[in-house]
Design a binder for this molecule. Structure first.
Ligand code: HEC
Length: 157
């Protein structure tokens, strides 16, 4: 798993509409303080998340949440292709609240091309989808995300 390790060590600067900040973080194993037991998510929620993802999201983000291969480059209309959500892009930089917000509201109003889901999926369904794609993240990324998610609750309302 050489590839995964490289991604963990250097997550390079990424620019995507809807991302509040441009990031250039280095995540090392020693930099991760907290662990989180995601095995507590019930299998039924993961299953629900996967089937909802296949039905609603896979046409753009890929059946395995692998995204478009060229997701870093704007297309000829200046829009970004769908990024991976499987831990190889930067969805893990967004606290749960921000992920929910992006999925519920889409990115069209930000000049992107993802439709809004708030009228089509319930919060619980969206949450299951998040659980499912997070189940694909390498453990260290997931732990880093948990730490950031907790931080964001302290600093933002
Ligand atoms: C029509 C194509 C399309 C569909 C369908 C779609 N997305 Fe997206 N999604 C995108 C694009 C494109 C982006 C990148 C933001 C932008 O520029 O629009 C994106 C961004 C995201 C992001 C932010 C990722 C990040 O790293 O910041 C999340 C989370 C996401 N989508 C989840 C979903 C989920 C969950 C579904 C299904 C319920 C879904 N998307 C369906 C096109 C789509």
């Amino acid at each position: 798993m050489k590839m995964t390790k490289n991604i963990l060590i250097i997550v390079s600067a990424v620019f995507v509409v809807g991302c509040e900040q441009v990031v250039d973080d280095k995540v090392t194993e020693s930099g991760i303080a907290e662990s989180y037991d995601r095995s507590k998510v019930p299998a039924s929620r993961l299953k629900q998340g996967q089937s909802l993802f296949i039905k609603n999201c896979a046409t753009c983000h890929g059946a395995d949440a692998q995204g478009a291969t060229n997701w870093r480059k704007r297309d000829k209309d200046g829009k970004f292709p769908p990024p991976p959500l499987n831990g190889t892009a930067h969805a893990w930089h967004h606290p749960k609240k921000a992920l929910m917000y992006t999925i519920k509201n889409g990115t069209v109003m930000l000049g992107g091309s993802m439709p809004a889901w708030k009228d089509k999926l319930t919060d619980e369904e969206i949450e299951s989808i998040i659980y499912w794609f997070q189940s694909k993240w390498p453990a260290q990324l997931y732990q880093a995300w948990t730490r950031q998610d907790k931080e964001s609750k302290k600093t933002k309302k």
